[in-house]
Ligand binder design. Structure first.
Ligand code: CTP
Length: 402
């Protein structure tokens, strides 16, 4: 999955010949999973049709301050709403005229109004003839735009529409997409961080066909893994048996069955991790000596002797160096004090309390209601919500602590 997946991209197209390449840009962004809206300067539709762009982006294309439609009930294209909608604003191609207007806060079209209202990162792909591009006025404007914190995809060498050859071509759409991905990845809050997550149930064998297990679906751990990867981390997800699969390419799934296997897999990776989250519902007990053959009914009621499994999280707490360590607590009584006790006993930085007292929340389902408890005793409680949203809440709590 690309870092562009789920991102809201506003594409600003200005009136230059390189605009003919923008349908490819829109298509590539959509293929990466981005949602794309297009704003054009009034002259841009001379070079590429709004119909092509709206078809490819699946969204209306705007270029004027007032919306077309019922003349008795005039409406405006809300540039502020559009600008604030965007996670990033890419202006490609950016002509000399638009670069100059951006550098000097001129606002005589909808694209410029969006630019001046935008709060998101701005990316600019200039395109013009070589002498225009080299002109000190344009170079100075680009310097100024860089000083605002914007990113510029420099023009490339090659054949130009004027018939001349030199530096002025808009960067190719695929290279722009790579540049956007690199930029987003580098700015991602967990870029360069390694995150270990345990998920799902464990199965403890009674005999070759039977086991002691639990109802954990693994959804919370998998949602945390996807969120960590979306925030830029490399993730190792050690999971007991579930029906789930991972989507993000930066998640390395290590499937295990028993608590002992989970323990071994965790400690293969734990020492080099920056964050470790134990979301697995690890069995606390296992049959001490599983039968080698299927236990037969005729032999009467079996006596299954149990022994404790190793507490993986407690050992992670014991061996903790610089890792941020988060555990989960599933409680049915004295919830807060039991969870706080667990947090201290296992040497955690924080613990997520799942309540089993809420019928729609927890374990097998898709929703969860949590309280995030830091090791200083402070708590933040959240409403019942999908586990994907809970994963976001949890990382919003973790990030400031890293
Ligand atoms: N955990 C673990 N290894 C175990 C048992 C639990 O890593 N053998 C982790 C879980 O992944 C969870 C946390 O410990 O993050 C707490 O699990 P929980 O079942 O609520 O608590 P226990 O420590 O098992 O204690 P109790 O069952 O007495 O509440």
């Amino acid at each position: 999955m690309s870092v562009l997946s789920g991102k809201k991209v506003l594409l600003g197209i200005t009136g230059g010949i390189a605009a003919y390449k923008t349908p490819l840009l829109v298509r590539a962004l959509v293929k990466k999973g981005a949602e794309v809206k297009v704003v054009m300067t009034p002259s841009a539709p001379d070079f590429v049709t709004p119909l092509t762009l709206s078809t490819l982006s699946n969204n209306p294309v705007v270029s004027t301050f007032t919306a077309e439609g019922d003349s008795d009930h005039p409406a405006w294209n809300n540039h502020v709403e559009l600008a604030l909608w965007a996670d990033l604003f890419l202006i490609a191609p950016a002509t000399s005229n638009t670069l100059s207007s951006m550098a000097h806060a001129r606002c005589n079209n909808l694209l410029l109004a969006c630019y001046l209202s935008a709060q998101c990162p701005i990316f600019i792909a200039p395109a013009m003839d070589l002498d225009m591009y080299a002109h000190p006025a344009n170079q100075a404007n680009m310097e100024k735009l860089l000083s605002f914190g914007h990113s510029i995809f420099p023009a490339q060498e090659g054949f130009l529409a004027s018939g001349l050859e030199g530096k002025g071509r808009m960067m190719e759409p695929e290279e722009i997409i790579c540049g956007l991905e690199e930029n987003l990845q580098a700015k991602a809050p967990l870029n360069g961080k390694q995150v270990l997550i345990t998920a799902g149930p464990t199965y403890e064998a009674i005999d070759p066909v039977r086991f002691i297990g639990n109802h954990s679906s693994g959804k919370m751990g998998f949602a945390l893994a996807e969120e960590a990867a979306a925030l830029g981390a490399r993730v190792v997800l050690v999971s007991g048996p579930t029906a789930l699969s991972v989507e993000h390419p930066n998640i390395h799934l290590v499937p295990v069955t028993s608590a002992a296997q989970m323990h071994a897999a965790v400690f293969e990776h734990y020492a080099k991790m920056d964050v470790a989250i134990a979301a697995a519902a690890v069995a606390d007990f296992r049959p001490s000596s599983p039968a080698e053959q299927k236990i037969k009914k005729q032999t009467g009621l079996p006596q299954i002797h149990l022994t404790e499994t190793v507490d993986i999280l407690a050992q992670m707490g014991h061996e903790k160096k610089s890792q941020f360590l988060l555990g989960f607590a599933l409680e049915t009584e004295n919830e807060l004090s039991n969870a706080k006790g667990k947090c201290a006993r296992k040497n955690l930085d924080a613990i997520v309390l799942n309540s089993l007292n809420d019928s729609d929340a927890g374990f097998g389902g898709s929703q969860n209601k949590i309280t995030y408890i830091k090791n200083d005793g402070s708590t933040v409680s959240f409403n019942l919500k999908p586990k994907t949203a809970v994963a976001k809440d949890i990382f919003t709590q973790i990030l400031p602590a890293l």
